[in-house]
Design a protein around this ligand. Structure first.
Ligand SMILES: Nc1ncnc2c1ncn2[C@@H]1O[C@H](COP(=O)(O)OP(=O)(O)O)[C@@H](O)[C@H]1O
Ligand code: SF4
Ligand SMILES: [Mg+2]
Length: 362
């Protein structure tokens, strides 16, 4: 059974420090020499938009993910943040092959899984787990908790006898803090937090190396969020899992992540260690997101500069030219307005990358 020594609270504050030094001009997004467990290279996921009833013709394309580079090391948590519609879920779904990559590679232990099919795809999927935002919608209401948790064991042939299967299901329920006596109950008989625990147990069943956690606590009450976050952290310690933790709540991401990637309109605009992103943010968008995070310290809270983002994220069907953030940027320069800005990530400190455009934004 897992320990409960880890506790989680909303963080106390964020201090912004401006840095201006650019050390290198590489386009890689991970300066770590360790070979990554998961390595996403120039990933594009585009959805064609069609028109017509009998004869369909393509009239546009939604660039949900448009040239993303990310890597995750064993046992690491990469936080992925950005407003709704920025493409976070699509990246997660592409990793699980629930969406097809239009271009690019997703290397898992060095193997490009975008090409995997048949039995190989099944083996690849065993190494990956996903927890979804809506614990109710993502669990089949007609399956009992035991069957939901046990289904991956059957799909991947991971138990040989009925008694072994039952023992493993009971073990998984226990790992996530549920009583094995609950195995016969159905999703509607559980609370929201308990349902998400079933989702975590199901994702964990096939002993994955990497788990994509897509807004796993967003639909839960704040009091329950802390329990589920602590469970997720404990599981990582116990099983050495690597996580991609997707969220729009930056205080939750700060608590759990080793590194953080900031996404806007299908692109990563800044990525770095938790300290880089929360204490030395460079991109105008990262600064705006962080300025909206309330602090528990009343003095800091009073002096907190709030950068209001006007309007909504633009449609990926018709993204702005040049810098995608330009229409909402609080301080665009003349060059930004003229579209003379060169885009692409640049390393400004070891492991801290920001869009070339915004190296001197702050
Ligand atoms: N299957 C799909 N078909 C068409 N557009 C999609 C599809 N899935 C996502 N999108 C669009 O891609 C963009 C990114 O969506 P999503 O990945 O869900 O963002 P996020 O998780 O950051 O909120 C949105 O504009 C969304 O409407
Ligand atoms: S490039 Fe210009 S418009 Fe884009 S985020 Fe930086 S300052 Fe703002
Ligand atoms: Mg989403």
């Amino acid at each position: 059974m897992l320990g409960t020594q880890t506790s989680w609270q909303k963080p106390a504050g964020n201090n912004y420090v401006t840095i201006t030094t650019a050390h290198s001009t590489t386009d890689e997004t991970d300066s770590n020499s360790q070979s990554p467990l998961l390595d996403i290279r120039d990933l594009k996921v585009h959805f064609p938009v069609t028109e017509g009833f009998i004869i369909q013709r393509q009239v546009g394309v939604i660039k949900a993910v448009d040239g993303v580079n990310l890597s995750v090391n064993p046992g690491e948590t990469l936080g992925l943040v950005g407003e709704s519609g920025s493409g976070k879920t699509t990246i997660g779904r592409a990793i699980l092959k629930l969406e097809n990559a239009t271009e690019g590679q997703i290397l898992l232990n060095g193997e490009d899984i975008t090409k995997s099919t048949g039995n190989r795809l099944r083996d690849v999927r065993r190494q990956l787990g996903m927890v979804f935002q809506d614990p109710f919608g993502s669990l089949n209401p007609r399956m009992s908790a035991g069957n939901l948790v046990g289904e991956p064991l059957k799909i991947h042939g991971l138990t040989t006898t009925k008694s072994e299967y039952k023992r493993r299901v009971a073990e998984l329920l226990k790992i996530v803090g549920l009583n094995s006596m609950m195995a016969g109950r159905y999703p509607h008989e559980f609370s929201g937090g308990q349902r998400q625990r079933i989702g975590v147990a199901r994702a964990l069943a096939a002993k994955p190396d990497v788990m994509v956690l897509d807004e796993p606590v967003s639909a839960l009450d704040v009091s329950i969020q802390a329990q589920v976050i602590n469970l997720i952290k404990d599981l990582q310690t116990e099983f050495g899992l690597a996580y991609i933790f997707i969220a729009h709540d930056l205080s939750v991401v700060r608590n759990i992540s080793d590194r953080v990637a900031v996404m806007y309109l299908g692109k990563i605009v800044e990525i770095g260690s938790r300290d880089d992103i929360y204490n030395h943010p460079k991109h105008a968008y990262t600064r705006a997101l962080l300025s909206a995070v309330p602090t528990a310290n009343p003095d800091l809270e009073r002096s907190r500069e709030r950068i209001v983002l006007e309007g909504d994220i633009p449609s990926p069907l018709n993204p702005p030219s040049g810098c995608v953030f330009r229409p909402r940027c609080p301080k665009p320069t003349e060059d930004c307005r003229d579209g003379k800005i060169e885009m692409g990530l640049i390393e400004i400190n070891p492991g801290h990358f920001v869009d070339k455009c915004c190296v001197n934004c702050g």
